[in-house]
Design a protein around this ligand. Structure first.
Ligand code: NAP
Length: 518
């Protein structure tokens, strides 16, 4: 069986010691192994700080953008192989796998274009020049330049490809050498991507640690930056990590999120906006088997439409085949790990104590094309809550699987916004309405609680990717429970890896600094 190697200090090394086996979550067949340690991580950090940082510092934004374009091209070249790995190791259908792999290359391409636009310079202007002296001769200018340190990326199991690429696009374009660590259980896609990327990048620009983090964080120092995506318990541990505190290491957290979808009181289910709402809810429940941080977990509908919404969900979900994701007729695969299945079933059981069953009971399913008793399968589950605000299991716990709960409301926009807030901070929530006043009231009150608000309407329905798709041009991250982090959002995604410096001096010198490549 393949023993995956880490790429550290310029060479591939499998490490040593006890091993963890990566399996196919549909069949439980072993796919590869990783060792749980034995790497010289201090040497990897030193290599990044010395070799990687220097190499990247010589490059302009345009040159770093060209590197990102080469990485995107490498993914395109190995697309089918990467999709097959995602199907085998992630329990992804082909559609799910494309979402991860193509999402990764599209994000790299987006930042490659941004690099080209920023051009042959190494400093970014932050705002306009400011007159700070008595006359215009003395000026001020804020600029962004790369931080001198190492970017450490820790990713969740659900998007091994996209997660790697979206973080790497920002840190590399900003000019920071990066050590990336995918989640162990689904690490095959990220491992293969780094095999493809390594020959295309300057030495030390990108290193990979597969398997558990071990002492990774113990080597952090001043100037480093950690970008984490995962569960809130791990996030809490990172926040209190001694080295992160001691060296004031920058930490970006993307964690749990109880995303809501609200149907406006003006929307008929048969309208374009109503169809968009239903399609988004069903897509978010079933795409990646509901293992998307942006997936809709809580649904609020006008009381008079509740019965119709539940009936429509029953009908649509009833047609979805669950089983071996490598089969063409299967629309939803297993969850990624045995632990994940246990957690999802426990979450459904908690919900069941406070809600009524609508579809899928408590998640039992007979998957197609899978040997009896094998695989980490959970069927799609819809529950119904009587009182949206009072239902604690709905509002306090993210069930990271194909599960959603519907609750009725009066149609008031301010109540809808309060419901978004009840999740204590989310990555994204969506509202579906063609009533502009209703939308304005909703946005005004809900915005402090969401990193992104998706406003579904008849005008955009035909071209919408749905709220579950994180776009490189828009911020990804959210307040409160969602971790308080920010990623992507165009140029904004690079700021985490850059130092903002206020320059003060001869205004013509300041102007020339921004225009030059030095
Ligand atoms: P997790 O258990 O927190 O793991 C996330 C990552 O942290 C993995 O790479 C894991 O490595 C690593 N890790 C675990 N312990 C660590 C430690 N002591 N030091 C350093 N790294 C450590 O989360 P998960 O189960 O992979 O992901 C599911 C969760 O992620 C869900 O709750 C979901 O909401 C959240 N999520 C959020 C977003 C977002 O953008 N906000 C996106 C996706 C997922 P190992 O795999 O080796 O343990």
């Amino acid at each position: 069986m393949q023993l995956l190697a880490s790429y550290l200090s310029g060479s591939w090394s499998p490490g040593s010691g006890p091993r963890t086996t990566l399996v196919n979550p549909a069949t439980e067949a072993p796919l590869a192994e990783v060792s749980n340690g034995g790497h010289d991580l201090q040497a990897a950090f030193t290599y990044a700080r010395t070799v990687g940082a220097k190499e990247l510092a010589t490059l302009t934004f345009a040159q770093r953008g060209a590197l990102l374009a080469a990485l995107a091209k490498a993914i395109h070249g190995a697309r089918e192989e990467l999709i097959s790995l995602a199907v085998a190791n992630g329990g992804n259908t082909r559609g799910d796998a494309k979402f991860d792999v193509d999402g990764g290359s599209a994000t790299l391409s987006y930042y490659a274009e941004l690099g080209a636009r920023l051009g042959a310079t190494r400093l970014l202007a932050d705002g306009e020049p400011i007159q700070v002296g008595r006359t215009a001769r003395m000026g001020g200018q804020h600029v962004w330049g790369p931080r001198r340190g190492v970017a450490v990326h820790i990713n969740a199991f659900n998007f091994p490809g996209w997660g790697l690429c979206e973080k790497l696009a920002c840190s590399l374009l900003a000019g920071m050498p990066t050590i990336t660590k995918p989640a162990t259980a689904t690490g095959l896609v990220a491992h293969r991507m780094v095999e493809l990327f390594a020959p295309l990048l300057p030495p030390g620009a990108l290193q990979l640690l597969v398997g558990p983090a071990g002492s990774l964080l113990d080597h952090l120092h001043r100037g480093d930056a950690v970008a984490f995506t995962g569960g809130s318990a791990t996030a809490a541990m990172l926040r209190s990590h001694a080295k992160i505190i001691e060296h004031a290491v920058r930490l970006n957290i993307e964690a749990d999120s109880l995303n809501a979808a609200i149907l406006g009181p003006d929307v008929e289910l048969t309208s374009e906006t109503g169809s968009l709402f239903l399609a988004d809810v069903v897509r978010d429940m079933t795409q990646k088997t509901g293992q998307k941080c942006t997936a809709i977990r809580r649904v609020l509908v006008p009381a008079e439409r509740e019965a119709d919404v539940l009936e429509a969900l029953r009908e649509r979900l009833g047609g979805i085949a669950v089983g071996d994701p490598s089969r063409e007729d299967v629309r939803m695969g297993p969850v990624a790990t045995a632990q994940q299945k246990k957690d999802v079933l426990a979450g459904i059981a908690r919900l069941a104590e406070a809600t009524e069953a609508v579809f899928g009971g408590t998640g039992e399913v007979k998957p197609v094309g899978v040997p009896d008793g094998k695989g980490f399968f959970v069927g799609p589950v819809v529950r119904k809550a009587k009182d949206a605000m009072a239902c604690a299991p709905l509002n306090d716990h993210e069930v990271f699987g194909p599960v959603t709960t519907v609750a009725p409301y009066s149609g008031e926009a301010s109540y809808a916004a309060d419901f978004v807030a009840r999740g204590d901070g989310c990555l994204v929530s969506s509202a579906y309405s063609d009533e502009r006043d209703w939308v304005a009231t909703f946005v005004g009150a809900a915005a402090p609680w969401a990193g992104r608000l998706y406003l579904g309407s008849s005008k955009m329905a035909a071209m919408s990717p749905g709220p579950g798709t994180a776009l490189p041009s828009l911020l990804h991250g959210g307040p409160g429970r969602a971790g308080g982090g920010e990623e992507l959002g165009g140029e904004r995604g690079m700021y985490f890896y850059m130092q903002r410096t206020a320059l003060e001096g001869d205004a013509s010198v300041l102007k020339s600094l921004l225009g030059s490549a030095s």
